[in-house]
Design a protein around this ligand. Structure first.
Ligand SMILES: [Zn+2]
Length: 106
């Protein structure tokens, strides 16, 4: 009778440990997933901000489309050129000289 009692106690202890392990594992999984989701959203917001600042200036005006090409004003080749209306291609340096402000920062 005493052996059966010990057996039942042992089983209850094992079940308790198992439930505890499963709950801890679930908790760790939930916390880990939440952190990953937060990190992903933060990265997404940062990417959106960068994309927006690349396409619009501080006043909300759309920047001219950019692509690689040769500047019409200084004749140098650039990876990123501003394509203005009237097929005018101008680099950031020439744009800054002309307008007095940085094409990317303002
Ligand atoms: Zn230029």
């Amino acid at each position: 009778m005493a052996n059966l009692f010990n057996f039942a106690q042992g089983i209850r202890l094992l079940i308790g440990i198992l439930v505890l392990v499963v709950l801890c594992g679930g908790g760790i999984f939930i916390v880990w997933t939440s952190l990953k989701i937060l990190a992903f959203r933060r990265q997404q917001r940062k990417g959106d901000r960068e994309e927006r600042s690349r396409r619009f200036d501080a006043n909300g005006q759309a920047r001219p489309p950019r692509a690689s090409g040769v500047c019409n004003h200084c004749g140098r080749v650039f990876d990123q050129l501003n394509y203005m209306t009237g097929n005018d291609r101008i680099c950031d340096e020439c744009m800054e000289k002309r307008t007095g402000k940085n094409a990317l920062l303002n």
